[in-house]
Design a protein around this ligand. Structure first.
Ligand SMILES: O=C(O)C(=O)C[C@H](O)[C@H](O)COP(=O)(O)O
Length: 218
């Protein structure tokens, strides 16, 4: 089975999803898959997250489903038990990172500073979320912060303020493995059943990411 971070690198975009009802899980997955996006980061921002992951792992194995907003070890355990294939967090919590390593779950903690990055790389982590990407200073900030870690092969998933319009600025950076964002499958679009819009957003994001990744010649 392909490593989930390889799939993420090949596609170049990760939809960050806060879904409120497990009943919407399969329609959401089908909307993403129809848009050519076989990845979903289901965030533990809602009580439904673990149920949604479990349903998707069971009913839509073609979708690489992961857990987002993993803020504590209890969420990590719930994510694993539900069948999440990877995890991400907005910040760096050593207890969560240790638990993910121990469990063998591919996990990208969030970093914002060189200190966070040092902690992460010291644990052997090589894929991190860069959050909140837009607010920290955009691609220029990432370029500067990443430079002293480049020889370690650290790759970033900038998230927070990324859109279809600005994703090209991020994916132009070699250190960026993929971008993440909520714009592809918004909570309100899921709640109100606008799955055709989600398919359209997914297709636009994937097409753009693929073109950008090809252009930079990876
Ligand atoms: O929840 C997490 O684990 C996070 O890391 C934060 C989210 O990825 C961002 O809040 C998405 O930001 P927007 O795409 O600008 O809405």
């Amino acid at each position: 089975m392909t490593h989930p971070f390889e799939t993420i690198a090949a596609i170049g975009v990760v939809p960050v999803i806060a879904i409120e009802s497990a009943a919407d899980a399969v329609p959401l997955a089908d909307a993403l898959l129809e848009g050519g996006l076989p990845i979903a980061e289901i965030t533990f921002r809602t009580a439904a997250a673990a149920d949604v992951i479990a349903r998707l792992a069971e009913a839509r194995p073609d979708l690489v489903v992961g857990a987002g907003t993993v803020l504590d070890t209890a969420s990590l355990a719930a994510a694993r038990a539900s069948g999440a294939r990877f995890g991400l967090a907005p910040g760096y919590d050593p207890a969560v990172v240790d638990a993910a390593i121990e469990a063998g779950l591919p996990f990208a903690p969030g970093v914002m500073t060189p200190s966070d990055l040092s902690l992460a790389t010291g644990k052997g982590v090589r894929v991190v979320k860069f959050f909140p990407a837009g607010t920290i200073g955009g691609p220029k900030a990432l370029d500067s912060i990443a430079a002293p870690f480049a020889h370690l092969g650290v790759r970033f998933v900038p998230t927070g303020g990324v859109t279809l319009d600005n994703m090209g600025e991020w994916l132009a950076l070699k250190a960026v493995v993929a971008v993440g964002g909520t714009w592809i499958a918004r909570t309100s679009d899921i709640r109100e059943g606008r799955f055709a819009d989600i398919t359209r957003n997914a297709r636009a994001a994937v097409d753009k990411a693929c073109a950008l990744i090809e252009a930079r010649g990876r």
